[in-house]
Design a binder for this molecule. Structure first.
Ligand code: ZN
Length: 161
């Protein structure tokens, strides 16, 4: 079976930026399960996987436009420390995860820490970066009706959520 829209794939991946490994599913010891065609993966990676099958290995370079976007100026926001988790432990360059009003989460990079405020760069930490992925494709199967309704894959260790 070939990977494509409305298929669920299991994959191992290693992400590197500028030759340095950033993260790898091997570190977690678990494959990542994704539903294709529903925005679970960045576009460049999803496009590369389409048409491939179990056992294929891919080496993929993703430009910022097909990854986390270009960096934008004017994305520095000043927040009171009370809205920033562990604000007093943060240093410039570190990332933190903000909880938004709608319950969503957003990663931001610390720009400056003041007395009672933190300046955060709201660009995604990987914005403006070319991403290099090494991918090994595992199982490929049709998505279930439940997965399609939820917009994400259910993995064997998290079958329903
Ligand atoms: Zn679900």
């Amino acid at each position: 079976m070939q990977a494509g829209k409305d298929k669920v794939v299991a994959l191992h991946y290693t992400l590197s930026i500028d030759g340095e490994q950033v993260e790898s599913s091997h570190d977690r010891g678990q494959e990542l399960w994704v539903l294709l065609g529903h925005g679970q993966l960045i576009r460049g990676l999803e496009t590369a996987i389409e048409g491939h099958g179990t056992g294929d290995t891919l080496s993929v370079d993703v430009a910022p436009a097909d990854g986390y976007g270009e960096r934008e100026e004017g994305q520095i926001q000043r927040l009171s420390k009370k809205y920033v988790p562990l604000a007093d432990r943060l240093k410039p360059g570190m990332t933190t995860v903000l909880t938004l009003k709608d319950g969503g989460r957003r990663v931001a990079t610390v720009h400056k820490v003041g007395m009672s405020t933190v300046d955060l760069d709201m660009n995604h930490p990987m914005a403006g970066k070319t991403l290099h992925f090494e991918v090994e494709l595992g199982a490929v199967r049709d998505a279930t009706a439940e997965e399609l309704a939820h917009g994400h894959a259910h993995s064997p260790d998290a079958p329903a959520h």
